[in-house]
Design a protein around this ligand. Structure first.
Ligand SMILES: Cc1cc2nc3c(=O)[nH]c(=O)nc-3n(C[C@H](O)[C@H](O)[C@H](O)COP(=O)(O)OP(=O)(O)OC[C@H]3O[C@@H](n4cnc5c(N)ncnc54)[C@H](O)[C@@H]3O)c2cc1C
Length: 723
């Protein structure tokens, strides 16, 4: 069936409403569907049923379905009529099916005419409701149906706008409406003694139905409590606990968790098996950004002539570059050190932690001694490790990962970077700028597949410009070693190609660290992505065990690990009073290639795939004074907004310092500020940050009120003429 356009749907809705009102008035349904009319015509109707039982039943069924589908008031009178005409059992049977069918039709009409519009317009606001309905929709519906005080038509209309399936809706409605229907049918069999519809539902009966309505929800709570009890059954709970919180892993997630817990005076212990600061400090963000800085200088030296310098040469002393990288780590180390955290009130132990029960953690210290602590809560923050694909020959040839690349002291003359994600791109560009002949191999058709194709393309071009041989759509199939010669064989369009190399850096993703610390023994599930399964409060199967950071996903970023840490800590320590669902609504990230790629919210491709309507506004950096002065005009600011509104759905910035520029949009999105607010904010001249304001200005120009401007033009013309 071809889908109607929005305006056609609204015309249809208006026509349907008008038709219903007309039918209601024309057939005088207000008078027909009253208790008095039913009582006065009972004998006549009963006679009709006695003479033509099948026809009467059929007409009754059709009238009931139409009346309920059209949401006419009077379903109660029709139900009473069924009791009066057909008796209890037959009446119950007919009304049960007719009301459920009518409800389904009303539900489908609302769904067809309005759901897409409502979901599109309020999609993001409705997300929690949609998720709640997907999870517990049947329970809510059952409750609403069992308590006959909620208007029948309203339930049909509202539920039609949600994602609940029509089959579930029908079946739940039929079951849920049975008790209420039975009450009215029974009353209908005693029609003579009823003076008003209100008589049917005495306060006592209504209270019973309300209790019945609450039953599904109460049952759910009880089932959950039993499940909870069963989960913990095999683990004896200590009478008291040594600690409020044990945190496993001192990376971004674990450090922030411990910090917050200590700040609110909880007794918290942080256990780190390797290096304080985790991957970010030792193998990730910090060393990579330090390397990028040296690589950028190398590039600037090459470009020196553009800035008016002659005879500038400079060759990277790779071992000195790596020395600096290590020095940068050392300089930042105190921020994450045992001393600092101890001074903040965190007890820190260096050792390997294993959960031996939901309440106990065994720690093997570096001297081999062990101790077991009881704790009310545990936060797992064990991070991730580089994923190494099973490519034949790779292991024998030897490879680098983000864990080991920092140990290099000599620059590989020929380097292969396997992987076109953020880490692969950052490191491929850096090594190329420092003097390696880099070949980057990516299986997907684009680099950085999460970003829009134009963004990936810009990154690809800039990598090529830096000398990287970028091979997208190439699959690495084996590594061959011939003496001291190593070759990667890749396949593209069914053809094989050999790439000789000295070192190969594997950067094809990171696997959550989920083994060797008790997850299996406790039966804690993993997601299909291999992360620890948590709910929206970051609780695992055991509600007192939480997971944050790379091990929990869905993001693998330092700032999201820290963000989750707040939720896990607060929920663990104060969950008995209030729990908070982790909020992923506004998550920014940056890939620190040159130009940088920074994003928050939706990209164009994501918005299109999710069918979120959007408008795009762009501002090119080659129009920005400061970018021109700096000689860094590559890139743009791209803003997605709600059509006709300044509400920001997502922003991508490509350019110098894009990661820093993005912060303004992150703030705006987080606090519901639109482009008008950014436009109304003074930005220092000449800064790169002005690009944000100019993007907002471009949006404003595109939405200038044309009619008002036409009138203003007339006004000014008039003013010029007036003496
Ligand atoms: C090259 C590279 C560049 C990156 N660049 C950025 C960037 O620019 N921006 C960004 O946001 N993110 C970046 N990341 C990602 C970032 O490093 C991670 O997202 C972040 O470190 C995750 O923190 P975490 O606390 O979850 O885990 P981790 O930092 O991995 O910490 C986990 C810690 O737990 C310890 N541990 C594990 N098991 C046990 C156990 N049983 N007992 C005791 N201790 C244990 C480990 O030793 C480790 O120290 C980068 C990553 C890499 C590899």
């Amino acid at each position: 069936m071809t889908k109607l356009k929005l305006w056609q749907r609204w015309i249809l809705v208006a026509a349907a409403v008008a038709l219903l009102i007309w039918a209601y008035v024309a057939f005088d349904l207000g008078r027909l569907l009253t208790l008095e009319h039913l009582k006065s015509s009972r004998d006549q109707l009963q006679g009709l049923f006695a003479e033509q039982p099948a026809l009467t039943l059929g007409i009754y069924f059709a009238v009931y379905v139409i009346a309920t589908a059209a949401s006419f008031p009077g379903a109660v009178i029709l139900t009473l009529a069924a009791g009066a005409l057909f008796g209890f059992w037959l009446g119950l049977l007919v009304v049960s099916f007719a009301s459920s069918l009518g409800a389904l039709l009303a539900f489908l009409v609302a769904r067809y005419l309005l759901r897409d519009t409502v979901q599109r317009r309020f999609g993001r606001t409705l997300t929690p409701i949609n998720e709640g309905i997907a999870r517990d929709g049947v329970f809510y519906l059952l409750t609403l149906r069992l308590v006959p005080v909620f208007p029948f038509w309203l339930i049909n209309l509202v539920m039609g706008l949600t994602p609940i399936s029509a089959t579930r809706y029908y079946l739940t409605s039929q079951v849920g409406m049975l008790p209420g229907t039975a009450v009215f049918i029974l009353a209908g069999t005693q029609l003579a003694s009823i003076e008003s519809v209100g008589d049917v539902l005495s306060p006592g009966l209504l209270a019973s139905l309300v209790l019945l309505g609450l039953f599904p929800l109460v049952a759910k709570v009880v089932v959950n409590a039993l499940k909870h009890k069963k989960t913990y059954a095999r683990w004896p709970k200590p009478k008291s606990f040594d600690r409020n919180l044990v945190v496993i892993g001192a990376g971004a997630g674990g450090l922030v968790t411990a910090y917050i817990a200590a700040a609110v005076k909880a007794k918290v212990i942080l256990i780190e098996g390797h290096k304080m600061g985790g991957d970010c400090l030792n193998y990730g963000c910090v060393p990579s950004k330090a390397l990028i800085r040296s690589a950028k200088l190398s590039k600037q030296l090459k470009d020196a002539e553009q800035f008016g310098f002659k005879d500038v040469t400079g060759t990277a002393d790779f071992s000195a570059v790596m020395e600096r990288v290590r020095a940068v780590i050392q300089q930042i180390e105190p921020h994450d050190s045992i001393e600092r955290y101890t001074s903040l009130g965190v007890e820190v132990l260096q050792g390997h932690a294993v959960m031996t029960s939901p309440w106990h953690v065994r720690i093997t210290l570096q001297d081999g001694s062990q101790q077991t602590l009881s704790t009310r809560n545990i936060v797992i923050a064990t991070g991730a490790r580089p994923f190494v694909p099973p490519i034949p020959g790779l292991k024998d040839a030897g490879y680098l990962t983000s864990d080991t690349v920092w140990n290099l002291t000599t620059l590989p003359p020929r380097m292969v970077v396997l992987g076109g994600g953020p880490i692969g791109c950052e490191l491929a560009q850096s090594f190329a700028r420092l003097g390696s002949a880099v070949t980057q191999v990516e299986m997907a058709p684009h680099l950085m597949v999460r970003e829009d194709p134009e963004v990936s393309e810009l990154v690809r071009l800039s990598l090529i410009h830096d000398g990287v041989d970028v091979l997208v759509g190439h699959e690495a199939i084996r590594v061959e070693t011939h003496g001291d010669q190593k070759v990667l064989v890749v396949r593209h369009d069914l053809e094989e190609k050999s790439i000789p190399f000295d070192d190969i850096l594997v950067a094809v993703g990171r696997s959550p660290r989920v083994t060797g610390f008790g997850l299996e023994e406790l039966g804690i599930d993993l997601t299909p992505r291999g992360t620890v399964q948590t709910n929206e409060y970051l609780q695992t199967l055991y509600p007192n065990i939480y997971a944050v950071g790379d091990v929990a996903g869905p993001f693998q970023l330092t700032h999201t690990a820290a963000h989750q840490a707040w939720y896990a800590t607060v929920n663990a320590l104060f969950g008995q009073f209030k729990r908070f669902k982790v909020d992923y609504a506004v998550i920014p990230w940056t890939t620190f290639t040159d130009p940088e790629v920074a994003r928050v919210g939706l990209s164009e491709s994501e918005a299109t795939a999710a069918k979120v309507p959007f408008e795009v506004t762009r501002f090119e950096l080659n129009e920005l004074d400061r970018a021109i002065a700096d000689g860094s005009t590559t890139g743009f600011v791209k803003v997605l907004t709600v059509p006709g509104k300044d509400k920001i759905l997502g922003v991508t910035i490509v350019g110098e310092h894009a990661g820093d520029l993005l912060a303004e949009f992150v703030l705006a999105m987080r606090h519901g500020l639109g482009l008008n607010k950014i436009l109304g904010t003074i930005h220092t001249y000449p800064t790169l940050a002005e690009a944000n304001k100019y993007a907002a200005g471009a949006w404003k120009r595109a939405h200038a009120p044309k009619r008002v401007l036409a009138w203003l033009e007339k006004l000014h013309r008039f003013n010029r003429k007036a003496a």
